[in-house]
Structures are given as C-alpha cells and as structure tokens.
Design a protein around this ligand. Structure first.
Ligand SMILES: C[S@@+](CC[C@H](N)C(=O)[O-])C[C@H]1O[C@@H](n2cnc3c(N)ncnc32)[C@H](O)[C@@H]1O
Length: 192
C-alpha cells in the first residue's frame, strides 16, 4: 500500500485494535461512515480488520478530494486511495462519495451506521455540521469518533469547538466523550 501521510499509522493504528475491532466485529454485519478519507489509511484498516469479517458489512466514505486552496495534491491522494482500497481485495464493500459532507450526508437516512468516523472539514463550522449529522446518522448504540480532539495541533481548537457546539445543539450539556489516543469517542446511546 502507498501512504504519504502518517496520521493514521502514527496514532490510531496503535490503539484501534484494542477497541474498534472488539466493539464492532461482534456486531457484524456493520455499516461504517468515514468523513474524510484522504489516502484511505483508516479505510483500509477498517476494511481488513472489521468490514472484511462479515460479507454484508459495508463502509461509506465521503471526501471531495478537492484542494480548496491547500497545498495538498488531492488528485494524487485520490488515486492512492483507489489503489490502496483495491489492494485490500474488498473494494466492492466501499461506497465512495466524492463530495463534501454538506452535500452527501443530509440525504442519508437516520440511524444508518454502527460507527461514524469524523475526520473531514476541521473548521469549527465543519466539525459542528458533521457532529450534528453524525448524531442523526448513528444507530442508537452506534459509535461516534472525532479525530484531532485530544492533542495540540493546528486544527484541534476548532474541531473541539465544533464538536461541542454540535453536541450542545443536540441537547448535550456536558461532553460525555472518552479519550482514546487523540480521538474522542462516544456511544450514541449516551445522548438524549
Ligand atoms: C486528515 S484527512 C483524513 C485522513 C484519513 N481519515 C486517514 O485515515 O488518513 C482529511 C480529509 O478530509 C477531507 N475533507 C475536507 N473537507 C471535507 C468535507 N467537507 N467533507 C468530507 N471530507 C472533507 C479532505 O479532502 C481530506 O482528504
């Protein structure tokens, strides 16, 4: 596989085997939504460790792969995503939506996913939008996972502000999240 960004492998790959797979695999078949996929580091991990464990499990990936003024080469990242997913042999389990979450999420039905991994637009507005949609889209016992919450990084304050605003809009006063590595994790069932 071909990855140039270290984000997933330096952080989540060390801890996800201890909680993502043990929670989700016994629930199989599962449906996962990933918001922001870049080269597919998390997507391929989830395919190999969770989705591939049951023939009816699926992952939906939402990412515009569009530069929007950043220096990243998103066409190249998209090409690596496609190749990396092909290499897992599980490409038919992936629904790839090349779109922003603002366009892709609203038409999706309520309570559709067992896990939603929010790692897309890291602005406060973007994180708030994705949080509100994720609460709607998660199954009652689904898992919500926000990246870039528990470490000091360029976007952390914005992501935290967006997550808190999104949860407040859903009637949550105290943020009932767990810290697992740099990510914040919550079961949908703790929310009103
Ligand atoms: C940090 S990267 C994701 C990393 C990925 N989860 C991994 O495992 O390596 C952020 C991604 O979010 C995408 N993105 C930015 N704005 C978005 C939006 N509004 N909706 C969905 N994805 C978005 C970017 O195109 C980029 O690929």
């Amino acid at each position: 596989m071909n990855f140039t960004a270290p984000w997933f492998h330096n952080a989540h790959e060390k801890v996800w085997p201890m909680w993502v797979a043990p929670i989700l695999v016994p629930r199989s078949p599962v449906r996962i939504l990933e918001i922001g996929a870049y080269e597919g580091a998390a997507t391929t991990w989830l395919l190999q460790r969770v989705i591939g464990k049951h023939p009816e499990s699926r992952i939906v990936v939402v990412d515009p792969w569009a530069a929007n003024g950043s220096d990243y080469d998103y066409e190249a990242a998209h090409a690596r995503f496609v190749e990396n997913v092909q290499e897992t042999g599980l490409a038919e389990r992936v629904s790839k939506l090349r779109a922003t979450s603002r366009d892709a999420l609203p038409p999706m039905p309520d309570a559709s996913f067992d896990m939603i991994y929010i790692d897309g637009d890291h602005s406060a507005e973007g994180a708030e939008f994705d949080t509100r949609q994720a609460v709607r889209l998660a199954k009652p016992d689904g898992l919500l996972v926000w990246d870039d919450v528990f470490f000091v990084g360029e976007h952390t304050a914005d992501v935290v502000a967006g997550m808190n605003r999104g949860l407040a809009a859903c009637g949550v006063r105290n943020r009932p999240v767990l810290q697992i590595g740099g990510a914040a994790v919550m079961f949908r069932s703790v929310l009103p």
